[in-house]
Write a protein that binds this ligand. Structure first.
Ligand code: AMP
Length: 284
């Protein structure tokens, strides 16, 4: 596997590969890799001749300095996992490579980046759009792979690709979960044993709300129930939202389950976790 810390050698490698008509898949990550990331890599390997994984903890998408500092960094182990998956290349730049000068460039996606995560993490999606634009320009992939786990991020990036006319296809891969249902996340490794047990409440809340919504119960009542349950479990609920899958505008109730998604964010200890579930998703 090629390990690129600098832009020039990576671009030269990709130019050579493209001249052989190889298609390129890009899997952008912030490292601390787990089976969720691996599912994106497997999807890319199936569909492209070359798969590039980027590992970069992007400072401009963190609105909270402590969160940035505590973000897990496990580069040596990540590289071992990528070698085992037969990933072709990893791009792991440092800040001076990605931001040689302080960037003033900001993105505004209207309501889409102000609601849900955008409300609790102001500026987050501007930073995401900035780094993803840089990665798309550097790697020029044919396809780029993102997880449903960060569904609002996927919607923001879809808008970015449409508006800036990036010549690539986006793929949204399903959420990979632990046995008890907790969505895999690099942040899970910051949970202690007791917090880890309590963290399953996010997924349980999504499933319970989905089942009861489909039986006709009101969303506002179900949200109160989840808030109470989170409180009792010492989990700080930030939001539980019912939204339109396409534009993420919030819904009061479901008219068409195939268009609806439930999204949740909560703090367990000092770790902030998110999850989501399509109303029509099969899970038990
Ligand atoms: P991150 O390293 O957290 O920025 O995630 C990199 C990519 O992996 C993003 O597109 C995430 O949505 C995706 N991802 C993270 N966790 C999971 C998961 N449990 N299942 C599937 N994809 C995931």
């Amino acid at each position: 596997m090629h390990i690129f810390r600098e832009i020039g050698p990576m671009k030269a490698y990709l130019k050579r590969e493209r001249s052989n008509l190889s298609t390129v898949g890009l899997v952008p990550t912030m490292g601390a890799l787990h089976a969720g990331h691996m599912s994106l890599l497997h999807a890319s390997k199936k569909e492209n001749a070359i798969t590039v994984c980027s590992i970069y903890v992007n400072p401009t998408q963190f609105n909270n300095l402590a969160d940035l500092e505590k973000y897990p960094r496990t580069l040596d182990k990540d590289i071992q996992m990528l070698v085992a998956t037969e990933c072709d290349a990893v791009f792991c730049p440092d800040n001076s490579m990605m931001y040689p000068a302080v960037s003033q460039l900001k993105f505004d996606f209207g309501a889409l980046d102000k609601i849900l995560e955008g409300e609790f993490r102001p500026g987050h999606y501007s930073g995401v759009a900035l780094v993803v634009s840089k990665l798309f320009n550097l790697v020029q992939p044919n396809r780029a792979y993102f997880g449903q786990k960060d569904f609002q991020q996927f919607r923001v990036i879809s808008r970015l690709v449409e508006e800036l006319k990036f010549d690539l296809s986006l793929v949204c891969a399903p959420i990979v979960r632990e046995v008890d249902g907790l969505a895999m996340s690099s942040r899970n490794m910051r949970l202690n044993a007791a917090e880890r047990k309590r963290a399953v409440i996010l997924y349980q809340s999504l499933k319970q709300t989905r089942d009861r919504l489909l039986q006709g119960e009101s969303f506002s009542q179900l949200r109160k129930t989840v808030a109470t349950q989170c409180n009792l479990n010492n989990v700080k609920l930030e939001y539980l939202a019912l939204a339109d899958r396409e534009n993420l505008t919030q819904l009061d109730n479901i008219t068409d389950p195939s268009r609806a998604i439930l999204l949740i964010a909560a703090q367990v200890g000092d770790v902030r976790l998110i999850d989501n579930l399509f109303l029509t998703e099969n899970s038990n």
